[in-house]
Design a binder for this molecule. Structure first.
Ligand SMILES: Nc1nc2c(c(CN[C@H]3C=C[C@H](O)[C@@H]3O)cn2[C@@H]2O[C@H](COP(=O)(O)O)[C@@H](O)[C@H]2O)c(=O)[nH]1
Length: 305
């Protein structure tokens, strides 16, 4: 995703509140000695998988809703993944395009077996409706047809998703320039690649074009590793759980510098150890290392991550 790379690099170069620390990057690269610990996709054992089109439907719906769990301190990504998995195991038609357009908030709560309203529940319902409607209108109701239309190109798939589904258009304007972050669209490609082990619906000739996924866990991991440094104002806002509004300079810098820092990490591993690693592998390793440690993270109400 050249657009994501180039615009994130631009933000990092003009950043006022977040910096990428060379010493932090070097320390990480020295510590891992050039080989990143391999983390298996679905290391948690929480995902639905039947090796067919229903898995693609599952992953697309999962990533349509893969954002903003933190406002409910007990809710995590695992609940969404396991909830959708169980719903499909009980009823194979639970995520059919016509059904997606009809869910109400309470029905989604029941589907996920969550006892109270979900954060941004109305937006989740609207996004489900959008996914069901557009899948029906352009892809015969099935996410697998969307994937087939990409002709095994990750770049094409991300571009098709963002063209057809406005809810996946994760971009922002920063100091007058449009910046593309595309977290959920890219993570869907990575999920296909991981779930199908690079084969069948997970076979993409250009998978290395994907960048990491700018969520709220990775910036916290990189800060903890000394790779990202925040201005004292931003650091104290984050440490005191003050919300950072979506689209502010601070928020865009946190996310774009996260992407750019991992790109730099990749370059440094190549330079020092002559090894080529993919951003997806780096993402999964960093995410898995951080998600359980419950690091203090930035809080932004957003449908994108
Ligand atoms: N960068 C990045 N961010 C990721 C994921 C994943 C899950 N990926 C699956 C793929 C393979 C694995 O087996 C995983 O099951 C979720 N997230 C983000 O984390 C946050 C959830 O935090 P908490 O509220 O504490 O549960 C939220 O923003 C969510 O969007 C990832 O891989 N990379």
């Amino acid at each position: 995703m050249q657009q994501v790379r180039v615009t994130s690099a631009w933000v990092a170069a003009h950043s006022s509140h977040v910096s990428i620390e060379t010493t932090g990057l070097e320390k990480v690269v020295d510590d891992i000695q050039g080989s990143i610990p391999k983390v298996k996709w679905d290391f948690e054992g929480i995902h639905f998988f039947d090796d067919g089109p229903l898995t693609v439907q599952y992953l697309f719906v999962l990533d349509a809703l893969n954002f903003c769990f933190w406002p409910d301190k007990d809710l995590h990504y695992d609940h969404l993944a396991m909830g959708l998995k169980e719903a499909l195991e009980n009823d194979k038609s639970a995520l059919d395009a016509d059904r997606l357009q009809k869910y109400t908030g309470p029905q989604l709560q029941a589907l996920l077996k969550w006892p109270r309203p979900l954060p941004l529940e109305e937006e989740r319902i609207r996004l489900l409706r959008e996914v069901g409607f557009e899948l029906e209108r352009s892809f015969n109701g099935e996410a697998v047809n969307l994937v087939k239309s990409s002709n095994k190109s990750a770049e094409t798939l991300v571009s098709l998703i963002t063209q057809h589904f406005p809810g996946f258009r994760d971009h922002s304007v920063y100091k007058g320039q449009q910046v593309f972050l595309y977290k959920r669209a890219q993570i869907f490609v990575a999920d296909l690649w991981g779930a199908f082990d690079g084969k069948r619906y997970g076979n993409f000739s250009d998978i290395r074009c994907i960048t990491i996924f700018a969520d709220y866990i990775l910036p916290a991991v990189l800060r903890n590793l000394g790779v990202l440094k925040y201005s004292s104002d931003l650091a104290s806002a984050i440490d005191s759980n003050t919300q950072i509004a979506a689209g502010t300079e601070q928020e865009v810098e946190i996310r774009a510098c996260t992407i750019q820092a991992v790109e730099k990490l990749r370059d440094l591993i190549k330079l020092k150890h002559n090894k080529t690693v993919s951003s997806i592998d780096l993402d999964l390793w960093l995410w898995a290392s951080g998600v359980r440690s419950r690091l203090q993270h930035h809080r932004t109400l957003s449908i994108y991550y």
